[in-house]
Design a protein around this ligand. Sequence first.
Ligand code: URA
Length: 321
Amino acid sequence: MIDDTPEASQDLSALLDDVRRHLLWQEEAAGRVLMIDAKAALELQRSAPSLRARFARTQGAADAAPPARPEAPLPRPPLASQAPEPRSIGPERPGPVAPAVAAGLPGHGVAAPARVPPTSRPAGALPGAANGERPTLDEIRRELGDCQRCKLCSTRKNLVFGSGNPRAELVFVGEGPGEHEDLQGVPFVGAAGDLLTKMIGAMGYRRDDVYICNVVKCRPPGNRNPEPEEVAACEPFLRAQLVAIQPKVVVALGKFAAQTLLRDSTPITRLRGNWRTYEGIQLMPTFHPAYLLRSPAEKRKAWEDLQAVMKVLGKQPGSRA
Ligand code: URA
């Protein structure tokens, strides 16, 4: 016999939400397409009248935000004219911001994703850049495809999209992949990555709790600075990633991340430690871990910055402090 009391409906509704979040997590983690058993879902929605509306909402917004957080505005196209600047993860030089780029980019041979519902988005437009919709990370990754939008594609071994929790409350944005990241296709896995992992642990998180990505997704050869056209080509994807995740806080690691996201060429030494807002999301600029490896005396300041983030997120220091 079917229990269609309001309490049972609420329980089922919450359960459905949990399952959907879990499947989304698994999908991002394993890169698999989400398969929903349509028959089982239909049975479920028939079993309690109040579930119908909820199920319809869930289906209609299969990629929508958890209700707790407001929808973030669309990524803005970068500013038209900003001075280019040579690469440095350190704080010493004021930095670059990308030249103008259209928010909607042409597709590059990416097959239409099987599970993406039809939208009024123009073919090939960047998910999240049109119609105020919220893309999934998976959609954004598919749109990037075998990206050839800048010359970094000719020297990269792997495109490094990002890794971690697609519903993270905290996102770390670095500059661009180095050698190890390029080889493994995963951000922050070299020496700077080891330090970042420790910093994350010290904040009371596991690496998998947060999301980690970079301004540019392909390694600049010899770890040179990303050039403005490279930042411009990649930046819409970073902005789309943040639309998809809708974190509570972004930590911008180093001047490239901070200056690119904030469109502010103030040196990182002056940006760091001061809360800013990025598209309605709180953003804390701090030093890049690679800089901290070269200048360990600055770790204290970076830790102060991270402690401010922890306070906002209600986190206690972790065991790996
Ligand atoms: N430095 C970065 O900025 N990003 C990485 O992924 C690795 C090192």
